[in-house]
Design a protein around this ligand. Structure first.
Ligand SMILES: [Zn+2]
Ligand SMILES: [Zn+2]
Length: 387
């Protein structure tokens, strides 16, 4: 089926009718199939996917289902394509789209809200009240790539123009896949305090969001920036990204150490990225009175919380679901200015056809893998032609 006449294409970027796409079968099982290339509608473009980073949440979805919700239920055996941290090249414009050009490199945010609910109207599209209502007779137009609609482990995907971020030529494809991770860290810091210049920030958990949380906090002028974790090699990367102090919680009491490093007072903000069972209580104890905690991790259990401590100390709690409030644009601006080197967390690259092996590296942290990126062959061929 060819694209309808209202869709703009360009002979320099030919769009095939079908593509290779990974789909989720039973838990933990992916299969490479042929799918039709989707057609961009109003306010959408078609992105040729060049590179995709694998996220811990992809692993959660592939093995356990949630937080993906497809057609109101679990995502297995529904011809669903996961993957949400992707970048690529615009190859077709939906009717009326003039905000982007064919051939432009873009990276994408995950969430396009419905645009009509209370939260979307406030700019909080990650908390859209019509979350996942994008099918059958309840189609509200909400999309979350790789969560409620098809994602990026394929060759082409449609995206609402509101989810696109222009990628500067100075940024590699791999680095561009990390913009949304930096954007999530940026959103977390925006929610707790906006500009955090001169304030103390603790980041707990040196995963990708935690490490870029350190980088963004430092770039925003936080002082000191403290990172806690259990792996020395990751803490060392945290130092390179701007941590003034790192604490290995296997060797030191993190709560005591944070107080020591903040003149006995405790920190102003904690960005909790570990998801460890007692992390919320420890985060509260790291703070000074009136401090704020941003929760950015999905713990696998429902931990006990010392609520009275939060009340007595006037602690504020914020949960964030990924990026929001166009924080990815601000993150991209930092990365374009080389305010930090996000590529320090990119450790491995595989071809899209080797996705299963790439997922094994990400899941088992083979060879100290942090961010594993898969690339489509067309992108590799183009890069080689340029060299
Ligand atoms: Zn992610
Ligand atoms: Zn909405």
């Amino acid at each position: 089926m060819a694209m309808s006449a209202a869709v703009k294409t360009n002979a320099d970027y030919p769009v095939p009718e079908t593509m290779k796409a990974w789909v989720l079968k039973d838990p933990g099982e992916l299969e490479l199939v042929d799918k039709p290339v989707p057609e961009p509608k109003k306010a959408e473009v078609l992105v040729r996917i060049d590179a995709v980073a694998i996220c811990a949440t992809d692993l959660e979805i592939i093995y356990h289902g949630l937080p993906a919700i497809i057609e109101g239920g679990e995502p297995f055996n529904k011809n669903f394509t996961p993957g949400h941290e992707y970048m690529g090249t615009v190859v077709a414009l939906g009717p009326g789209v003039d905000e982007y050009e064919i051939g432009e490199r873009v990276t994408v945010e995950i969430h396009a809200g419905c645009g009509q609910c209370k939260r979307c109207r406030e700019g909080m599209y990650t908390a859209c009240h019509n979350y996942g209502k994008n099918y059958g007779d309840v189609d509200k137009g909400h999309r979350a790539n790789g969560f409620t609609t098809d994602g990026g482990f394929c060759e082409y995907q449609v995206n609402n123009i509101n989810t696109l971020v222009h990628v500067d030529d100075s940024m590699s494809d791999e680095e561009a896949t990390l913009v949304v991770t930096a954007g999530t860290a940026m959103y977390g810091l925006t929610e707790v305090g906006g500009l955090v210049a001169g304030e103390s920030v603790v980041v707990t958990g040196p995963g990708p969001i935690g490490l870029l949380g350190v980088a963004v906090a430092k770039a925003l002028g936080a002082q000191p920036v403290i990172l806690t974790g259990t792996r020395d090699n990751r803490l060392e990367i945290g130092r390179k990204l701007g941590a003034d102090h790192v604490i290995n919680v296997r060797n030191e009491n993190a709560v005591e150490k944070v107080h020591e490093l903040t003149g006995g007072k405790g920190a102003d903000y904690v960005v909790e990225c570990s998801g460890a069972p007692n992390s919320l209580n420890e985060a509260a104890q790291m703070l000074n009175r009136g401090g704020k905690i941003c929760l950015a991790a999905f713990p696998s259990t429902s931990p006990e919380v010392d609520v009275a401590y939060l009340v007595r100390n006037n602690i504020y709690l914020y949960g964030i679901r990924g990026e929001g409030k166009t924080a990815t644009h601000r993150a991209e601006a930092f990365m374009r200015q080389k305010r930090f080197d996000a590529s320090l967390i990119h450790t491995h690259t595989f071809d899209m056809s080797d996705l299963i092996e790439a997922i094994r590296y990400a899941k088992d942290r083979v060879d100290d893998a942090i961010k594993v990126v898969v690339r489509n062959e067309h992108a590799v061929a183009r890069r080689e032609a340029a060299e």
